[in-house]
Design a protein around this ligand. Structure first.
Ligand SMILES: C[S@@+](CC[C@H](N)C(=O)[O-])C[C@H]1O[C@@H](n2cnc3c(N)ncnc32)[C@H](O)[C@@H]1O
Length: 113
């Protein structure tokens, strides 16, 4: 069992999809430079977890018997009915490629990237 911190969600920009006016859902998660898990067609309910600038969950990638797995765990107490969210940690982009963030957190960075 090996464990290391890696993994981020993949932004629309990273897959050359929409602009900020056309923010279509992307269901990909980058494990590392060479490996992406694509949940566009199928996957568990976790693929619907949204980004937040004040997340209540964190993601980690672990390798179990040579297979990469994404682990999502809470990083603070979560109230009943509260939406689960984590920080997608998108790479920063210049102004014309920004994706607006709608997480609604008090400390929202206003952009997802
Ligand atoms: C993994 S999907 C999350 C589920 C998606 N919201 C849905 O309804 O199917 C990721 C996509 O959701 C949208 N999204 C997630 N968090 C967001 C946020 N805080 N602000 C704006 N769009 C967000 C973006 O389009 C992103 O590419």
């Amino acid at each position: 069992f090996s464990f290391s911190r890696r993994g981020t969600c993949i932004s629309n920009e990273a897959v050359a999809l929409p602009t900020q006016d056309e923010n279509r859902g992307v269901y990909m998660f980058r494990i590392d430079n060479d490996y992406v898990i694509d949940a566009t067609i199928t996957g568990g309910p976790a693929r619907y977890i949204n980004h937040s600038c004040a997340p209540n969950c964190i993601t980690e990638v672990v390798t179990v018997e040579k297979e990469n797995k994404i682990i999502i765990s809470s990083c603070r107490r979560i109230q009943r009915g509260e939406e689960l969210c984590y920080d997608y940690k998108f790479d920063l982009e210049d102004d014309q490629h920004k994706i607006p963030c709608h997480c609604g957190a008090v400390n929202c960075r206003k952009w997802m990237n």
